[in-house]
Design a protein around this ligand. Structure first.
Ligand code: EPZ
Length: 419
């Protein structure tokens, strides 16, 4: 297993570029199953979850051809509508192929995802939605079997919890259903909007993506398209926090400041200067003061749960006490005890963590537990005095493309060692 060895205490300075969004590329790849024509996706990030999704598509019978930085996906001929456990257990987002397979092929057999470090993460709302569209759902031997031999029929779906991949899964399924579908209490994330843009280019008829009510008019078939994935707002937010926590200044390129309103607001309140240079670039500058600011994660456009761990690392360096509430997942404080090992003073009280800031962080051996927790530890390590060794960085590799190279390019001293 790879480790990262970080020498902390150096302010980051310079330009850093953001890759395409993992959480937009994953549903976009699943959408390729909806047509027999070729779909070309640009700005696909080179991260492990994408490789897993590629394996899933190939397992179902799609051909995935990398061509100068893009991926070309063609799903022609008989499909094998199955997602096996050994692939699904490594990536929960595998459930994104459920809707497209049922819509295109009439049936799907997808392994139940199983547990995850940050919470139970059921997919009951995905299944509820498919049933509303006329699919029959059976669960046995750890697999979900969904079938709609006469095709799906449009209907009204109300999500009693806002679910990002649930919204995406059912929006994809509805594109080939007979009649109209309404998704109510839908997720409003930019990745949902990006998927709707791809589906529209493929011939789907969708209104309201980015709002809580999405309307889809089913069509007979979808066709091929070319689409560039939006920049990764969580990667961009991670670098913005990196500038703040190390007392440096970064120009973050190929990003969308418009997707980071809640974080930018919090950074300003904490005393960090953020200047939007244009629609795709922002400069983030630390100042001598870093003020503690309470934060509560919310669905978009609220503060992203995927930036909670990184924000907490920053608050360990702020003056004062901050209360951080995690409202989306039930167990997303796995980074806390590792930050405490580095000298942070944090107390967990149910769904909230109380951070007593301005403590000096000192380097220590720590273990990553999930994707965003590993990012949090990397940020803390760059701000800490001395050396930190982060173990199990395969978690980091799931969602950040070449992150140690990018950070080394702006002054971080970070080295990857392979056991
Ligand atoms: C997506 O996960 C993201 N993953 C997650 O990013 C992100 O943390 C999450 O949305 C919230 O923003 C992808 O887009 C691939 P949810 P998803 O369904 O869709 C409950 C990362 O670090 N729920 O919006 O799985 C669920 O338990 C990852 O990149 C149900 O109860 O999250 C949670 O409490 C981590 N039943 C809440 O809803 C369901 O059927 C929100 O989950 C579905 C979800």
């Amino acid at each position: 297993m790879d480790k990262l060895v970080v020498q902390g205490g150096r302010p980051l300075r310079g330009d850093i570029a953001v890759s395409g969004a993992k959480n937009s590329a994953l549903p976009a790849l699943a959408a390729c199953l909806l047509t027999e024509e070729t779909v070309t996706l640009e700005r696909i990030p080179g991260v492990r979850d994408i490789l897993t999704m590629q394996q899933l598509l190939e397992y179902t019978g799609a051909t995935v051809t990398p061509s100068n930085g893009h991926l070309e996906v063609t799903t022609r001929g008989p499909l094998n509508p199955e997602a096996p456990y050994d692939l699904v257990k490594t990536m929960r987002a595998s459930s994104l192929i459920l809707g497209p397979l049922v819509a295109r092929h009439g049936s799907a057999r997808v392994s139940m995802p199983g547990g995850c470090a940050i919470g139970a993460r059921p997919i009951d709302l995905h299944l509820m939605g498919l049933e509303r569209l006329g699919a029959e759902i059976r669960q046995e031997h750890g697999y979900i079997e969904a079938s709609a031999s006469r095709g799906l029929t449009g209907g009204r779906i109300y999500f009693d919890k806002i679910t990002v991949t649930g919204t995406e899964d059912l929006m994809m399924a509805a594109t080939l259903a007979k009649g109209d579908t309404i998704l109510e209490n839908a997720a409003r994330e930019p990745e949902v909007v990006d998927l709707a843009e791809l589906l529209t280019k493929m011939g789907a008829v969708i209104e309201g993506a980015g709002t809580s009510v999405i309307r889809v008019r089913g069509v007979e078939a979808l066709h091929g398209a070319r689409h560039a994935i939006i920049p990764d707002r969580i990667e961009a937010g991670t670098y913005a926090i990196a500038a703040a926590i190390t007392g440096g200044e970064l120009v973050i390129r190929n990003c969308r400041p418009g997707h980071l309103g809640a974080l930018i607001q919090k950074l300003w309140q904490a005393g960090v200067h953020v200047e939007e240079l244009d629609a795709c670039t922002m400069r983030v500058s630390a100042t001598p003061t870093l003020r503690a600011q309470d934060m509560s994660t919310e669905e978009y456009p609220g503060f992203a749960t995927d930036l909670q761990a990184q924000y907490m690392a920053m608050m360990t360096r702020a003056d004062g006490i901050s209360i951080i509430r995690e409202t989306i997942f039930e167990n997303r404080f796995m980074h806390v005890l590792e930050l405490v090992r580095m000298g942070a003073s944090i107390r967990i009280d149910g769904r909230q963590a109380i951070v007593a800031g301005s403590r000096k962080l000192t380097g220590a051996p720590v273990i990553a537990s999930d994707l965003r927790a590993s990012a949090s530890l990397l940020l803390a390590a760059m701000a800490a005095e001395g050396e930190t060794v982060i173990d199990r960085v395969y978690h980091l590799d799931r969602g950040y493309e070449r992150i140690e190279e990018k950070l080394a390019g702006v002054g971080a001293v970070v080295e990857r060692i392979t056991d």
